[in-house]
Ligand binder design. Structure first.
Ligand code: FAS
Ligand code: PHB
Length: 392
């Protein structure tokens, strides 16, 4: 089997890359270890940056997003029993975010992939990558009980944090940067109308809480918990009571309750692997970096990476010019580190840290007070939250 670009992973990075390449008439093969149903139903991110929305629309996969996505022009911060709205659009000349589940993005991109007739193999096994430090990379995999070898010009490692691609690069060629946080997020989906029209990020002495949503009938909620938390310790009633306490403000507000249809615990880490390329293997998305979800950036960073990779590959196949391919890692990392900073900053500002002393607690409150009383501070949050531009 042969193609121009072998793509490992059918998450947002892999599927968006496949779609952008197909629009440039570049052939690819997508390999995914999970089933189509699994990747389409996995509950993950929910916030699309302005740039991600614009790209999906421009790439012809934004119709359902335009119809079902929830446009949000602001977010609410809560602390010290008060509430403060950050007017994202006013502070960024009209930019906004759109609430649209990652699984919906996956459905749209998978449908678009299938419509091209180009290969996408689900439920692959024993995927391995070879020869990417030479001129003829190959991917070996099993599918439907048959062993295959895929020869390609380039390999895109879009296989997430636990994938095979990053770990196939010689350790001596990579520098890893990591910060693991002393807490996790317990996330739930509840079949009840949201209790706020916009997202609520709440700093509370008991811990962070986040109110989000997926639709007018589906609320997404998170609360900070111990890093080794067990779901069994969190029956529904305990989750609701804890959320009530962490969202409490003066003047009254109540959180609507409903059947919890999904529960999960997400570990919190910041991680970057440099460089994001080795020979003819390119890492994109979670395969190269992880951000704590406080800044709502994981999915959006993955999309930004493959925008760069798709443009670099298109330039190569159009003109034989490899300059942007050689610059891929530098271009991506310049934005990745800014997004790492913002995600760390949001996490440090809003979460409860056991090792914090009285000084730290006061400093955190001063950060929040400054953010909600200075236009300059609010504008900095807003431009990061709606999404920074890619600097080519
Ligand atoms: P993905 O992990 O999405 O996709 C990688 C794909 O590769 C997967 O489908 C996997 O099955 C496949 N794969 C792995 N190994 C393979 C192999 N050897 N061969 C073939 N395929 C292989 N981000 C937010 O912004 N907000 C959130 O609330 C949020 N919540 C999250 C909750 C969880 C539990 C997790 C794990 C992540 C969450 N994220 C969140 C981050 C998440 O959205 C990622 O940033 C996003 O999925 C990154 O997309 P990809 O890089 O495509 O990686
Ligand atoms: C979500 O809706 O899943 C979500 C929203 C904002 C975040 C993280 C997750 O910062």
């Amino acid at each position: 089997m042969r193609t121009q670009v072998g793509i490992i992973g059918a998450g947002p990075a892999g599927l968006m890359l496949a779609h952008l390449l197909a629009r440039e008439k570049i052939e690819s093969v997508v390999l995914e270890v999970r089933s189509r149903e699994y990747v389409q139903e996995r509950v993950r991110a929910g916030v699309l940056e302005q740039g991600t929305v614009d790209l999906m629309r421009a790439a012809g996969v934004g119709a359902r997003l335009a119809h079902e996505g929830l446009l949000h022009r602001g977010i609410e911060l809560r602390f010290a029993r008060g509430r403060h709205r950050i007017d994202l659009s006013e502070l960024t000349d009209g930019a906004a975010i759109t609430i649209y589940g990652q699984n919906e993005v996956i459905k749209d991109l998978t449908d678009a992939r299938v419509a091209t007739g180009q290969p996408i193999f689900f439920e692959c096994a024993t995927v391995s990558v070879h020869g990417f430090d030479a001129e003829q990379p190959t991917i070996r995999f099993a599918h439907g009980g048959t062993e295959h070898e895929l020869r390609c010009d380039y390999i895109a490692g879009c296989d997430g944090f636990h994938g095979v691609c990053r770990s196939s690069i010689p350790a001596s060629a990579l520098t890893l940067y990591e910060r693991v946080y002393p807490f996790a997020w317990l996330g739930i989906l509840a079949a009840v109308a949201p209790s706020s029209e916009e997202l609520i990020y709440s700093h509370h002495e008991r811990g962070f809480a986040l109110h989000s949503m997926r639709s007018p009938k589906l609320t997404r909620l998170y609360l900070q918990c111990a890093p080794d938390e067990k779901l069994e310790a969190w029956p529904d009633v305990r989750i609701w009571e804890e959320l009530d306490r962490r969202f409490e403000i003066d003047g009254g507000w109540s959180l609507k309750r409903g059947p919890i249809t999904h529960k999960g615990i997400t570990e919190m880490r910041s991680f970057v692997a440099e460089p994001m390329q080795y020979g003819r293997l390119f890492l994109a998305g979670d395969a190269a970096h992880i951000v704590p979800p406080t800044g709502a950036k994981g999915l959006n960073l993955a999309i930004a990476d493959v925008r760069v990779l798709a443009r670099a590959l298109a330039e190569y196949y159009r003109s034989g010019e490899r300059a942007m391919l050689e610059e891929y890692s530098r271009i991506c990392l310049r934005r990745v580190w800014k997004v790492q900073r913002f995600s760390w900053w949001m996490t440090a500002m809003l979460h409860r840290f056991d090792e914090h002393n009285a000084f730290d607690a006061r400093r955190q409150m001063a950060e929040l007070d400054y953010l909600t009383s200075s236009r300059a501070a609010a504008q900095s949050l807003a431009e990061n939250y709606v999404g920074l531009p890619i600097q080519w």
